[in-house]
Design a protein around this ligand. Structure first.
Ligand code: MG
Length: 382
């Protein structure tokens, strides 16, 4: 029996995590935390019977409390609630699938409480990797990647020595607008950007994939997870999303992990690592696939990746600014307040305006986030 806590349980990764729990029948759910989806969380509580349920929204938490008063579950809310869910007694693994920088404090709390982390919240390592990784080492806690690329790298490193990594080959689908020039992308509508060719994901990450910002965040994440310099991480566009990433070693050998695009594989691998379990679903049919193709990313028409590389190399508070600016710009695009190309323009402007703080602590990271939001509010509204 494994006991888990799921932060962000009603989102895409959260619901798929619970699907893995449902399929395997030996996972106990100690806590579930979500944003404001009362209906979905209530259904999850009735199925998985956690002892603690959390909603970010206080009013919605009150409503939930009323609805589940027939059950033996405590309901909490806000950051205190999230931290409680992250440190809930009995849970061995905390799945961090909340979106955004609200994931930082609960992740730190979970590590301090000695929980292994199944990491699906990119922002945590991108903005606070310099705090999280040393802390996890100190506490003897494992950070198990849930992102498909990082799981692929993790699987490719099985039994290998980290000091023999020559480079990490991080694969990217290139998104729905691969091959287009910026001029050809200026009239892109929200509906077009929400169509990812291979993966079904939440809205924010789907937009991030289309701009290549997601790949940039993944480069920064990989740098911390696998302790390699950004210069040793190469993005390779592989449009069929069959190769989930690869590692090249000192002797020139390249080891890759392949499979059909299904997030339940990396989720299940993280939850049971190092054990592999049966996972229902389709399998790769190489003859039917015919070919797998490769190309270099296009940093001119997709500046999101280049800006991320720049932020990652500079370090300090700059990755936070990159991330926060993107978060806000994507939110504005989702509300149809800005055009598609403005997303990366806003990131660039925010990065230029920022004075980097070296080795920021959590308060300084959150401060840089607030300053970035304020900068965008003051300068990037038409
Ligand atoms: Mg990914």
């Amino acid at each position: 029996m494994k006991t888990i806590s799921v932060l962000g349980s009603t989102g895409s990764i959260g619901t798929q995590t619970l699907e893995v729990a449902r399929n395997n029948k030996d996972i106990k759910v100690a806590a579930l935390a979500a944003g404001s989806s009362v209906d979905k969380l209530e259904a999850q509580i009735r199925e998985f019977r956690p002892s603690l349920a959390v909603l970010w929204d206080e009013k919605k938490a009150e409503e939930l409390k009323e609805r589940v008063k027939d059950l033996d579950v405590r309901v909490a809310f806000g950051m205190d609630g999230l931290i409680e869910a992250a440190t809930v007694p009995g849970a061995e693994i905390v799945v961090t699938a909340v979106v955004g920088m609200i994931g930082i404090r609960p992740t730190i709390a979970a590590i301090e409480a000695g929980k292994d982390i199944a990491l699906a919240n990119k922002e945590t390592l991108v903005t606070a990797g310099h705090i999280i990784i040393p802390l996890a080492k100190e506490k003897g806690v494992r950070i198990l990647p849930v992102d498909s690329e990082h799981s692929a790298i993790f699987q490719s490193l099985n039994g290998e020595r980290m000091n023999h990594i020559d480079k990490i080959l991080l694969t990217a689908s290139g998104g729905p607008f691969r091959g287009r020039t910026r001029d050809q992308m200026k009239d892109i509508r929200l509906e077009d950007a929400l169509k990812h060719p291979n993966w079904v994901m939440g809205h924010k990450i789907t937009i991030d994939s289309s701009t290549m910002v997601n790949k940039g965040l993944e480069v920064m994440e990989a740098r911390w997870l696998f302790d390699v310099d950004i210069d040793r991480i190469q993005v390779v566009v592989q449009p069929q999303s069959v190769i989930h990433s690869m590692v090249q070693f000192d002797d020139g050998a390249v080891i890759a992990q392949l499979g059909t695009p299904d997030m339940k594989l990396p989720i299940q691998y993280a939850l049971y690592y190092p054990e592999r379990r049966y996972l229902p679903g389709s399998r790769l049919d190489f003859a039917a696939l015919g070919s797998i193709t490769f190309e270099d990313p296009d940093p001119v028409n997709f500046p999101g990746l280049a800006l991320a590389m720049q932020a990652g190399k500079r370090g300090g508070s700059l990755p936070t600014v990159f991330n926060a600016a993107n978060e806000r710009a994507v939110a504005m695009f989702l509300k149809k307040e800005i055009g598609y190309l403005q997303i990366t323009e806003i990131i660039e402007a925010a990065m230029k305006a920022h004075r980097v703080v070296e080795d920021p602590d959590v308060d300084q990271i959150l401060q840089a986030e607030r300053e970035t939001y304020a900068f965008i509010e003051a300068n990037c509204r038409s």
